[in-house]
Design a binder for this molecule. Sequence first.
Ligand code: ADP
Length: 494
Amino acid sequence: METKHFQNLIDGKWVPAQSGKTLENRNPADTRELVATFPASDKQDVDAAVAAAKKAFTSWRLVPAPKRAEILYRTGEILTQRKEQYAQDMTREMGKVLAETRGDVQEAIDTAFYMAGEGRRLFGQTTPSELPNKFAMSVRMPVGVCGMIAPWNFPMAIPSWKLFPALVCGNTCVIKPAEDTPLSTYNLVQTLMDAGLPPGVVNIVAGFGPEAGAPLVEHPDVRAVSFTGSSEVGRIVGQTAAGSFKPCSLEMGGKNAMIVMDDANLELALEGALWGAFGTTGQRCTATSRILLHKDVAQTFINRLVERARKLKVGNGLDESMQVGPQISQQQIETSARYVEIAQKEGARLEIGGHRLTGGAYDNGWFFAPTVFSGVKPNMRIAQEEVFGPVVSLIEFSSYDEAIAIANGIQYGLSTAIYTRNVNLAYKAMRDLEAGITYVNAPTIGAEVHLPFGGVKQTGNGHREGGTGALDFYTTWKSVYVDYSDKLQRAQID
Ligand code: ADP
């Protein structure tokens, strides 16, 4: 297939990085395949993109929200037509299997339609004034230029979670896609342009984090920053933004627990475990990375999970018969391998996997065997730290209270799940699990776009993507008082 060479998008024009540098986007299932090249941008490019976004803001903020929303609606329609092509592109750049990349594009479609609906809502409040002949209301105002930094694991869905609510609220955007998966952001933004988005409203600056991401966070004209990625980088981004009191939404790691009670439908829990742990090759922030098993069902579950994990078909995601794709990069398989070593040293029992897959087509990509550890203790590093690979830890418990304590005994708080047929326990878990998301009788993955997405503790800093939470981030509240009494009225005094 012919290699495409992409440029930055600044003020509606495609321009190379001013330094002339580029980066390569390779297929993780076959690194011989160069999918495309992209600019390796730096501060100068970021400055130009922010200037374009700042200029575009002066007119975009005045476009009525329902009209802005019409562009999102058309974007949803065009994405629907292009879904298959964009899914194929995404599998080539990111590796996850086609069923999942179709889901990723679908998530962008869902977000487009959902946020298009917001164009005719964006509700504020009206409320009585304490004074006569005075009217009080609050309205949502756009923030201005928003800087967005995206990760590689949901190459279209996550950019859509950031761009679409920002746009419907009247903001303009500069987005830096992940260096591993820029193509899907380009496909998304191309669709916005084809749907009629004016120049400069969305700008793309491709490149690496320290060179292209950091200047975006630091730029004084960027009024809000939305970041999804590792806790390590999130800390840098958050601290930088705090220096200028810039609103900053951080979505970071997880170490998500699925609790399997002794009364659970084990077959259902097993299906959930396989999907939660090995879907997206374990590279989701919501991946099921700890499975907490009631001691009475533990051995049966372990045996059946290992048997099912053994049968998973790992390979190139473009092959429809595959269930698990490659990891994104050499660095990621090295991380998985390192944690396998750590877990073994800590005394966890390797039930299956634990190594890079080699031989034949595997030698050309970053494939890691689905890996299961049993006998894991809650305080082991393998049970505490995010691996971001196809590695799952099984931990046994004796009571509901113990399970909750283990589930909560980590620094993260993104997603959780409980499998039980006891309605009382299900409700208790919904109350007791310290996480932004709890599933009952479903795995830790599977967020829907119209509900808030995000976590507590070190997973995030309190903001939410998805749902109306996204509108709260991309707008500021303005309280408006209209006094029609024709005289000075003093609140709290008269
Ligand atoms: P992951 O491990 O998922 O790649 P990272 O946190 O390393 O997570 O990357 C997430 C995003 O943050 C990427 O787009 C990356 O380029 C960007 N990034 C990395 N370092 C920085 C930084 N110092 N400042 C801003 N963005 C960064």
